[in-house]
Design a protein around this ligand. Sequence first.
Ligand SMILES: [Zn+2]
Length: 200
Amino acid sequence: MSFDELKQEVELLDREAMRAIRAGSHYYDAMSGLYLGFRGTDQDVRFIGAEDFTPYTGDDAGYLFSSSSVSSSAKGEVLRQFLPSGMQSLNFVGVNSCETCAIGYGNYAGNFYFDHYNSVFDNMSNLQNLMCHESYHWNYDFGQNANGYDGFPDEYNAVMAQVNDPSYQYATSLLKGYVVNLLQSLGYSLDDAKRLAGVS
Ligand SMILES: [Zn+2]
């Protein structure tokens, strides 16, 4: 194994380990978006300067993901780190708002547009869960061996992949509300959408 291969292997293990950790405020470098580590027991996603993170022992320093003090490119870099390997070339483009969704939309050029002020990203399980949804689109609809985007079945399948992901049970009611809205936009009644989303 070459050094580069080893380095890739270690980075992949880091990502896997990070996903397995539910508790802790997860800190990212405010400039680069690179992962610094976690503190405490909250589930926040936070940004801080690397030099300020090292001595810090609590879990409410720096800025939450949705803060206007952090650049959308650093935030996009964080989202990118949650994609499975092979999807790392995807580009996240921060936009100011998209009315009903956290992630605006993706396209065949490999750009995903996201509302970088949306507080849904402040929670680590939400972030993991949203990337699960987008990964589905990339693997089956937009990516290299994908079949093309076909509206209802693809959106429904992406939502179900997201709901069945382990991260979903730890996601907040804000995220689950988006799932209900999306299912309603696909034609489901409110009751059916709630049932499919596991919301009472
Ligand atoms: Zn979707």
